[in-house]
Write a protein that binds this ligand. Structure first.
Ligand code: C2E
Ligand code: CA
Ligand code: CA
Length: 544
């Protein structure tokens, strides 16, 4: 009971104090007005109802007894010359009984409603798989807890894969098993609390307390579980962890700090780091990613997205053979954002189709302005472009242009060759239509000759990172030689990218590369002479 009283809220303490004072006050009124026949004795019902409704039947009963005895025998004693059972008021026992019954009835309903509330709160604030608290709990506790905290988010890598492979029930067992290990690892630290966030992501709150565990102590304990084996139904499951950390400050709601720790975790995961601490640059990074994606469509309609062309030369004649079209995002100050910045972002979204469609229009425009006979225009395709709808749209567009399909070339990376389902079907379709197919950045990825041999590939573009080194390294020179040899045997044309010097151009010619592309010959130029006017600066020039 003493312990319970200690856990009372300030509001409850106030109710108790007021009830005590009111009881004494009512007893005095009863005494002054001549005893219990006075109407004031009935006020005691209000106090009994208040206490039993607020604290349940135990305290309600105490209040009923206290009130009943005070206005019963005590008042009688004072009024009737030291006699507890004086005259008219000896029915106090029946009144005490009625008070007690009322306290018990109200207290009973109050207790059971409190139990229900407790049950519902428990459901709301606990995760039903691990029985750990959840984020709702952290949010509620936040109000009461002003201590400085650090939030650590721990995630088990590749859990989704395990889940989709073994199924939901087994997945839940992994979660429970891991949660138990985590609880055990952190049980020695009194200032830490574990919450389940979602899937295999757990939030750990570390309170700053004198003599308590430091953030490093907690991280070290968590790391004991990293790269370990979890035995679930005798199946050994390999566990690898990623950690995001964020320091909490008083002015921010705790869920905001959890969000920051999750951003730090995401960054760790994207960059293959074991752990990462949140700082505001991370937020800027993700914000600018969102800015790029959200402003791309309007940039396209404002004509801030443009194309540049870079000529491609024949190694045999040094004559222009074609050009590659490269995307540019123009800013209000007439500088451009390069595609390595924005293409990887929009490639993650469906916006990439808008870019490819735009670049196809640009290729058509560009080819219409060229007079050379065997001139081709090359555009870069992304993995997401390989769907029935997009490939048919592309073919329809080039058919409608009236230009021979053979003048169009698409560039795909080795990654696309390996990863995209049905890629062979699409390449055959394009190839049968007359479009030529180039493998871009060859030598940086899988360099799978087998894939190249099995697909209708017309051209291999040897990556600039290799070409730039052929002047100084025999290893790279022989690598290029072997690519050229393989292509020659398979009737595939070769192109050297990133030719920046005469020396490199000559070495490529000596090895037998067919086509050359690079700053030594031609730097990318804007396809159309554009005058940028009236562009909202915030939309077109986001900062990085
Ligand atoms: P990429 O397809 O390998 O394009 C060649 C890149 O090398 C271009 O960079 C070009 O400007 C640059 N380059 C050309 N010659 C030289 C040289 O001699 N030295 C050096 N250091 N670089 C040279 P850019 O325009 O910044 O494009 C970067 C990448 O962005 C492209 O690499 C391509 O993967 C992607 N990209 C560009 N436009 C598009 C597009 O319209 N759609 C898609 N999906 N990707 C695009
Ligand atoms: Ca390319
Ligand atoms: Ca390339």
């Amino acid at each position: 009971m003493k312990e319970k009283l200690l856990h009372l809220t300030n509001r409850q303490r106030l109710i108790l104090a007021v009830s005590f004072a009111a009881t004494v006050f009512i007893a005095l009124l009863v005494y002054i007005t001549g005893g219990t026949p006075s109407v004031y004795a009935n006020l005691m019902y209000v106090i009994i109802a208040l206490v039993s409704a607020s604290f349940g039947k135990r305290l309600g009963l105490i209040q009923a007894l206290f009130g009943g005895l005070l206005i019963g025998p005590s008042v009688n004693y004072m009024l009737h010359e030291n006699t507890f059972y004086g005259g008219i008021s000896n029915n106090w026992m029946i009144r005490l009984f009625i008070f007690s019954v009322i306290a018990l009835i109200i207290g009973y309903f109050s207790d059971s409603s409190r139990k229900n509330n407790h049950f519902i709160t428990n459901l709301l604030t606990h995760d039903n798989i691990t029985n750990l608290k959840n984020l709702e709990a952290i949010k509620r506790e936040d109000v009461k807890d002003p201590a400085q905290r650090t939030i650590v988010v721990v995630s088990v890598k590749n859990y989704e894969e395990t889940l989709s492979f073994f199924g939901y029930t087994f997945g839940n067992q992994i979660v429970t098993n891991f949660a138990d290990k985590l609880k055990e690892a952190l049980s020695k630290f009194e200032n830490t609390e574990i919450y389940r966030y979602a899937g295999m992501e757990f939030v750990i709150r570390i309170r700053d307390s004198a003599g308590g565990a430091s953030v490093d102590d907690v991280i070290n304990a968590i790391n004991e579980l990293d790269e370990s084996i979890l035995l679930v139904r005798s199946i050994p499951i390999y566990i690898e962890l990623e950690i995001g950390i964020a320091k909490h400050d008083e002015a921010t709601p705790i869920l905001e700090t959890v969000r920051k720790a999750l951003i730090a975790l995401r960054y760790a995961s994207d960059n293959e780091l074991k752990s990462n601490v949140f700082d505001s640059h991370l937020e800027c990074h993700y914000k600018s990613v969102v800015d790029v994606a959200s402003s791309f469509s309007s940039a396209l309609s404002n004509r801030d997205i443009q194309s540049a062309y870079q000529y491609i030369y024949s190694a045999a004649s040094d004559q222009v053979q074609g050009a590659e079209l490269l995307a540019r995002w123009l800013k209000a100050d007439d500088t451009s954002i390069y595609p390595n910045t924005f293409v990887p972002i929009i490639e993650k979204t469906e916006l990439i189709h808008e870019l490819t469609s735009f670049m196809t229009d640009e290729a058509i425009f560009f080819l219409k302005t060229q007079e050379l006979e065997n001139f081709s225009a090359s555009i870069n395709f992304s993995a997401k472009d390989f769907t029935d709808k997009n490939i048919h749209n592309f073919l329809r567009k080039i058919d409608a242009s009236g230009i021979a399909p053979g003048k169009f070339q698409i560039e795909i990376t080795e990654r696309i060759l390996v990863k995209v389902d049905d890629i062979l079907r699409y390449l055959i379709l394009l190839s049968e239509h007359g479009v030529t197919i180039a493998v871009d950045d060859f030598g940086t990825g899988y360099s799978s000759y087998q894939y190249v041999a099995e697909m209708p590939i017309d051209l291999i573009k040897i990556d600039k990172s290799i070409i730039m080194k052929i002047g100084s390294s025999n290893v790279y020179k022989s690598l290029v030689k072997s690519i050229v040899y393989f292509c020659r045997e398979n009737q595939i044309t070769t192109l050297a990218e990133g030719v920046e010097t005469l020396e490199v151009a000559n070495t490529c010619k000596e090895i037998g590369v067919n086509l050359l592309q690079g700053y030594y010959y031609h730097k990318p130029q804007m396809t159309r002479k554009v005058h940028v006017e009236c562009v909202c600066p915030e939309e077109s020039s986001f900062k990085r």
